[in-house]
Design a protein around this ligand. Sequence first.
Ligand code: DC
Length: 230
Amino acid sequence: MKPPAPDHSCHVITIDGPAGAGKSTVAGMLAKRLGWFHLDSGSTYRAFAAAVLRRGVSPTDARALAALAGDILVEIREEDGATRVFADGEDVTDFIRTPEVSRASSPVSAVPEVRARLVELQRSIAEGRNTVAEGRDMGTVVFPDAAVKVFLTASPRERARRRVRDFEKQNQIVSEEEVLAEILERDARDSTRAVSPLQPAPDAYILETDHLTPDEVVDRIVAWYVDATL
Ligand code: DC
């Protein structure tokens, strides 16, 4: 799909990387600091997966998913300053964070027809506003003209620790080893899939976050942005 002509009056900063690299925390803090919109593209894949589960379709049935791509309606709405995610008209903001939806969203996101549909949605959400876009292919595919592209990484062990802490905050107890195994499996699938494999854009800044605080990461990105737009 050909991207729309870039709108130079609005800027995009892309933050890509694997699960647990710190994208959500950093993208949220950066958007707040700049007063920009935070587009969590993973939530669109999760919402699609939630609708697939609700409809009783198998998330690994690629042919059924391709047929559903134009049928399932995913929406991101801002309500009272908070971002809510809808699928088929139903608020799935909390449901999309469950382990069930996490598991289902990876095979769902490998289906080209689903990606094409959701990429279109992601671009339309960012149109006309300054956006921090977080995901896997924001810099490579969705916003190739972004002002600054960042690819965050962290060691699998550190990413597993962070994931366990996230689950604990939601009162879900999971084992670090289990989370680590899932991370390695998802990494392999996300980086070897045919469409939009997880990889840094050639012009992305690559940042390893094991020993950096989120504030330090945000400071660096702001400095890169100032440099890029001087
Ligand atoms: O970042 P996340 O865990 O919320 O992403 C959920 C799933 O969607 C994950 O399997 C990766 C996939 N994804 C993707 O393929 N492309 C994106 N831009 C964002 C997420």
